[in-house]
Design a protein. Structure first.
Lengths: 413, 602
């Protein structure tokens, strides 16, 4: 198939993006080394977005299509086409198939998607391959399909073990389903993760405590805890404006977040990123690629990639993305080439969201910037306020810094 | 068509409360006299800016010359515009000095309003012939008889003199013109005496420089003549002169009694003083009476916001002042806000106009401090200081007397609201001067009040206390001693000079509480506690605390879409830039206006 010229930049890294061909380009004076930011190296990770869901949950602002399963065949064709524009298979270490709800596809469709994915992105070595799943969809057939394709990690959109809370969230599964699914999935995958949501209207600290206890007792290796946010364009947003949904008090939400940290840490889950907790050896390596500022491929509507030092996001409307791919046009909606300094600053912020923080030498090696000069007066100030800890080698968020971290980032950018 | 005999000239203005139909009536007169054909009216106005069309053409031509023939005789009617707002009282008085007559225009439904009264009194003081006109008689709700009665009671108008018109429908215009011809006296003045002309207005033309509006009192002025401004002390050559008809129409000569414009290649309006006298170079004529320096009653600080350029703001202010000489600015600096300007205005409306123009025309991002009036301090050593900003107030020990400007305010309102309005005034230390019934249902209440109280919120409060039916107007009475203090605001212990205010000692506690409360809502939470205090000298009179942020973390996975989040943070950082940092505390621009809060509980 003939690939139009403009498309090459979309997904295939241009040949100049090779590590070897990039040298110092004489930017800002503080930039020291001659090492290319790893954003420009060949990606070793891929994200594939599946937009289908049975229905749209009231709080959801992801790229999602509900009740349009009829588009699945066209979607599969388009995904394959977008992948094929790579020109040749790209071996990767981590794969992440997210959504939406990938497991909402028919088993045969899912099998084909996974097959095409591993064809264009051959998993290598001790790879990690995550798929997001909805407990309500997980029949044995689906689990088998996933395992057979080589998926190693299942990320379950459990959200809660409390039926009332699940109803408020407009989720279509019930608590007892979750427990059955976990038992069925356990032997088939190396890693099981579940998502939990807290600070749901009407939720008490005790309710949340129960969810956390259930999670700790479940046969899982990883937990992601998300505070419910009200986003524009969701039904929850409108209901909140009309006063039908009341967000929890800040103080309570803070207690919930801290309770999650304390409960999970004492159950030997390592708190390794703002929202993420893992048993030893079970961190999500794919997400760590994002947080380290490393490059990744991406396919599908609304998917975001970082290739050749360029951040791109595909069209978020599934139909729009479909039409463009079918017509042989670039599906990219937004594209931004980061200059070295903003790129370094972004890496700093993402790095600090990880509890291990940022290592001075490592940062300088990867970005070419001296951390202390980049942060200037902000670093001593934030340390002084007790928000950052600095042991001379690494800087990282303190517990207090962690809970107000979104106030810190604008200072660092 | 220039050499018209004084006996056939009529110079008049229209006095009206806003919306009573001044512009509509002016348009009708232009049409009636054939100055603008009816059919042209629309097209003509279409050529102008939207704003000007919306407001009628008198805004552009501050004086229009109309020609009209009656019984074989040609007359020249000069309609001179008067600004309606109290901020421009002095300008009004100069316009009136150029007229022999005034149409006192009152809405047949609304009746006499405060602005009508203030300007009608001024016209009477100038001994103008007053032609009372009731407009909008076509309205269903018109109540011309009652309004006539109001005019009789409030202004001593003879009901028999009242003209009833509808400017919109064109009713009664002919009789009105007759009344103007009959009752407005022709101008006096000797065309053969040495030149003496009054400057009553000016505007700035990008290509031709200052356009000076004059009324010739005596003598003649011709193209090419060398003239001098007696007060301004400058001399110029007259490059062009003429009249607005309503477009700019050059003439060869203007003589005593006539109204028109001069163009003299003057590059800034600063050189044209309203009320100045024009004479020929070398002539020994005396300046005309009534001239005053523009008196700035309200001051505020204007500062570039963080990251904005001081010189950009200076250039913008300079550009503005070319067009508006009554606005004044001098550089000042503030510990809190850095380098900026102290700006003086004729009044609060004038301040708002200037500020709007700065933002619209110059695109500068401003931090404005709360406006304050000009005070006077007499020191123990007998010196009198003009205080333009709170920081200039000397230490309490050095003050012999602290004086503030007092204004006389006329309120016109339906009688049922007299109680609430009196209460408003008493709370503001007003002293009642009288109450007069204009009709069984409407009254005029007069109070002397501190100007500071008037400019802050009295107009809004009046509107809400009278459901919009009350109107007010005021004039300066003078400076009087009062028990005033400077109240300072401290943020985390640092005095923020730009937040200091001058207020009455008795009000300080209440004001202080209200201001710190307001500031608490304006200042975002920080990562540490922020204490906001109000103090007089070293005595703290109020305190509020902005608690530290307890939680601000998106416990959410951004997936790979990092760009969105980064953009959001970048936006927040830009927002931070539009603040002023004092100590480590970010204070948003509008917080500097918070000190206007007077405390609603009084
Ligand atoms: N019904 C009626 N409306 C009028 C008359 N004269 C003016 N108006 C309306 O009153 C409003 C204010 O008129 P305008 O001339 O702009 O008032 P100005 O603020 O005094 O210049 C406009 O909507 C006019 O159309 C009139 O004689 N009859
Ligand atoms: S299942 Fe997930 S992606 Fe689908 S609508 Fe609900 S929240 Fe959104």
């Amino acid at each position: 198939m003939q690939v139009p010229e403009e498309r090459l930049g979309t997904i295939a890294p241009p040949s100049v993006a090779r590590l070897s061909s990039i040298g110092s380009s004489g930017e800002a004076p503080e930039r020291l080394g001659t090492i290319a930011p790893p954003g420009k190296a060949e990606p070793r990770a891929v994200y594939v977005h599946v937009p289908f869901c049975r229905h749209r949950c009231g709080y959801c602002n992801f790229t999602v299509l509900a009740g349009r399963d009829d588009l699945a065949p066209a979607y599969l064709e388009a995904v394959e086409r977008e992948m094929s524009w790579l020109g040749q298979p790209r071996p990767v270490d981590t794969l992440f198939v997210g959504g939406g709800t990938p497991t909402h596809l028919e088993p045969a469709q899912l099998a084909r998607l996974l097959d095409r994915t591993s064809h264009w992105f051959p998993p290598t070595g001790r790879y990690e391959w995550s798929v997001e799943a909805n407990p309500g969809d997980l029949r044995a057939e689906i689990l088998d399909t996933l395992a057979a394709a080589g998926v190693t990690r299942l990320s379950l959109g459990v959200q809660s073990f409390d039926d009332r809370k699940l109803r408020t969230l407009e989720r279509d599964h019930r608590a007892e389903q979750v427990l059955r699914v976990l038992d069925a999935a356990r032997p088939r995958f190396e890693s099981l993760s579940l998502d939990l949501i807290f600070a749901v209207p009407g939720e008490s600290l005790d309710d949340w405590q129960r969810d956390l206890r259930m999670a700790v007792a479940a046969p899982i290796d990883h937990v992601s805890c998300y505070g419910l946010t009200f986003e524009r364009g969701t039904r929850f947003w409108g209901r909140r404006l009309r006063g039908q949904l009341a967000p929890l008090a800040e103080e309570l939400e803070l207690k919930m977040y801290e309770l999650a940290i304390d409960t999970l840490e004492s159950a030997e889950f390592e708190h390794y990123e703002v929202s993420n907790f893992a048993r030893p050896g079970h961190r999500c390596r794919h997400n760590e690629v994002y947080w380290r500022g490393e490059p990744y491929f991406a396919v599908g509507p609304g998917a975001a990639r970082y290739v050749g030092g360029r951040r791109e996001v595909n069209h978020r409307s599934t139909t729009n993305w479909l039409q463009r791919v079918r017509a042989g046009q670039s599906p990219v909606a937004e594209s931004e080439q980061l200059a070295p300094e903003p790129s370094a600053r972004e890496r700093m912020v993402l790095g600090l969201r990880m509890r291990a923080g940022v290592d001075r030498d490592d940062f300088q090696r990867r970005t070419g910037y001296e951390l202390d000069r980049l942060l200037g007066e902000q670093l001593p100030l934030l340390v002084d306020w007790g928000l950052l800890a600095d042991d001379g080698r690494r800087i990282r968020l303190t517990r207090r810094g962690l809970v107000v971290s979104d106030t810190i980032w604008p200072r660092l950018l | 068509m220039s050499g018209i005999d004084c006996r056939f000239i009529r110079n008049f203005c229209i006095i009206a409360h806003i919306d009573h139909g001044k512009s509509t009536l002016a348009d009708r007169l232009l049409e009636y006299t054939g100055t603008v054909a009816q059919r042209q009216m629309k097209e003509q106005l279409l050529d102008n800016m939207e704003l000007e069309r919306a407001r009628g053409i008198t805004i552009k031509a501050r004086a229009v010359a109309m020609r009209l023939t009656r019984d074989g005789q040609t007359y020249e009617l000069n309609l001179i515009d008067t600004p309606g707002h109290v901020d421009f009282q002095y300008e009004v008085s100069r316009s009136l000095a150029c007229c022999e007559g005034a149409l006192l225009l009152v809405d047949a439904f609304q009746g006499v309003e405060a602005q009508t009264m203030a300007n009608a009194y001024a016209a009477m003081e100038h001994e103008l012939a007053i032609i009372p006109v009731i407009n909008k008689i076509d309205l269903k709700q018109a109540r011309p008889d009652e309004v006539t009665e109001e005019m009789e009671h409030s202004l001593g108008i003879d009901p028999a003199d009242v003209q009833r018109v509808s400017a919109k429908a064109g009713l009664g215009i002919e009789q009105l013109i007759d009344a103007i011809l009959r009752r407005v006296p022709p101008p006096e003045g000797n065309p053969d005496a040495p030149l003496q002309a009054m400057v009553f207005d000016s505007h700035y033309d990008e290509y031709r420089g200052a356009i000076t509006y004059v009324r010739i009192m005596n003598g003649r002025v011709r193209k090419g003549q060398r003239i001098q401004f007696l007060r301004g002390g400058t001399t110029h050559e007259v490059l062009e002169l003429g009249q607005f008809v309503p477009h700019q129409q050059a003439r060869t000569e203007l003589h005593a009694g006539q109204v028109g414009y001069l163009i003299c290649n003057i590059k800034s309006l600063e050189q044209v003083h309203i009320g100045d006298t024009v004479a020929t170079v070398g002539s020994q004529v005396a300046p005309l009476p009534g001239y005053q320096q523009p008196k700035r009653m309200v001051y505020c600080g204007l500062y570039p916001s963080d990251g904005q350029d001081f010189t950009e703001l200076r250039d913008a202010l300079e550009k503005l002042s070319i067009n508006d000489p009554s606005f004044e600015f001098v550089p000042e600096s503030s510990e809190a806000l850095g380098f900026g300007f102290r700006c003086g205005f004729l009044g609060l409306l004038h301040m708002e106009i200037v500020q709007q123009r700065l933002e619209q025309e110059a695109d500068v991002d401003l931090v404005q401090t709360a406006p304050n009036v000009t005070y006077e301090v007499v020191t123990k050593r007998g010196q009198t200081l003009e205080i333009h900003r709170p920081q200039e107030v000397p230490d309490a020990g050095e003050i012999e007397e602290f004086r503030q400007p007092i204004v006389r305010v006329n309120f016109i309102l339906p009688t049922e609201y007299i109680g609430p309005v009196m209460k408003l005034c008493q709370e503001r230390r007003g002293v009642q001067q009288g109450t007069e019934y204009l009709s069984p249902t409407r009254a005029m209440v007069t109070y002397d009040l501190p100007l500071a109280e008037v400019i802050y919120d009295l107009h809004d409060k009046l509107k809400s206390a009278t459901r919009g039916y009350g109107t007010m107007d005021y004039e300066l009475v003078g400076y009087f001693p009062a028990d005033l203090v400077r109240m300072d605001i401290l943020v985390n212990g640092n005095r923020v000079d730009a937040l200091s205010v001058i207020c009455n000692r008795g009000d300080a506690d209440r004001r202080g509480r209200a201001v710190v409360k307001k500031l608490k809502t304006e200042i975002d939470r920080h990562m540490f506690e922020v204490a906001v205090q109000a103090a007089i000298g070293s005595r703290v009179i109020a305190r509020e605390t902005v608690p530290a942020i307890r939680k601000n973390v998106t416990a959410k996975c951004y997936g790979g879409d990092i760009t969105r989040k980064r953009k959001l943070w970048a936006k927040q950082r830009e927002g931070k830039k539009r603040m002023k940092s004092i100590g480590q505390v970010d204070i948003p621009q509008k917080a500097f206006m918070a000190v206007l809060t007077t405390g609603d509980e009084r």
